[in-house]
Design a protein around this ligand. Structure first.
Ligand SMILES: [Fe+2]
Length: 248
């Protein structure tokens, strides 16, 4: 499959075969994504124009920086929903969360606070770009003990895994589904991220993809990613990617 990364041919930009974007920051004013409801609408419209037709948006729950709760997420979602409904704006959207693995998250798990899930029991998780949590495998295990399926957001962005493929394999053996950011494959974050993404694709390691869209710059990067379309088509055609099956 590595040959596909060398092809130069560009396809028109169209993400419609993915159908569902399971990772984005489209709720107004509660994290480092969309700051207000007008921006949310513009970003959603931009994603729809790129072919996405279903959204599960995932605001950060990161106690130190974005201390969201189920209530703050529900409130922001209601504001967005009311505005889109009033404007007659047709969008299939639901809200889950992207949980940062820290002590606060461990407490939520321990206290059995219901987590915001996508697709029934899937929980999207992330951690530090500097180093993984020391108890990562245990946490992934604990998530499953509580009845959830951990979805590991953008593993390719943790550049300390670059060429430490064994550590990535260990993560999957610990039960995590891997989710690739489309922006990583497009080269938006840098070479290391793109290389790790290509390696994981070549090994069929991803089960999910997402935009992780925060703002207009991300939208523009997705709009000009014709160079990744042939890889995406191949990923979706392979049947390994679950996004197209997520519409209820
Ligand atoms: Fe994210």
């Amino acid at each position: 499959m590595f040959g596909i990364f060398k092809r130069r041919k560009e396809f028109s930009v169209d993400y419609s075969n993915i159908i569902t974007d399971i990772h984005s920051h489209l709720l107004p004013g509660i994290d480092d994504g969309s700051p207000d409801v007008d921006t949310s609408m513009k970003l959603i419209k931009g994603l729809q124009n790129l072919g996405f037709s279903n959204f599960v948006t995932t605001p950060h729950v990161y106690q130190e920086i974005h201390p969201n709760t189920n209530e703050s997420i529900d409130d922001a979602f209601q504001i967005l929903k009311q505005t889109t409904d009033t404007a007659g704006f047709n969008v299939n959207i639901n809200a889950a969360a992207e949980y940062f693995l820290d002590d606060h998250f461990n407490q939520l798990l321990e206290n059995e606070v219901p987590l915001k899930t996508l697709h029934d029991n899937w929980v999207l998780v992330e951690w530090s770009f500097v180093q993984p949590p020391f108890d990562l495998r245990q946490t992934l295990f604990n998530i499953q003990i509580k009845g959830y399926q951990p979805i590991i957001a953008h593993p390719e962005r943790y550049t300390y895994y670059y060429k430490d493929w064994d550590a990535l394999d260990q993560l999957m053996k610990a039960g995590g589904f891997l989710q690739m950011n489309l922006l990583s494959l497009a080269g938006y974050y840098g070479k290391a991220e793109k290389n790790i993404a290509e390696y994981l694709i070549s090994k069929n390691k991803y089960k999910l993809v997402g935009t992780d869209l925060h703002h207009d710059r991300h939208l523009r990067a997705l709009q000009s990613a014709g160079h990744i379309m042939h890889i995406l088509h191949e990923m979706i055609d392979s049947g390994h990617i679950l996004n197209p099956s997520l519409v209820k």
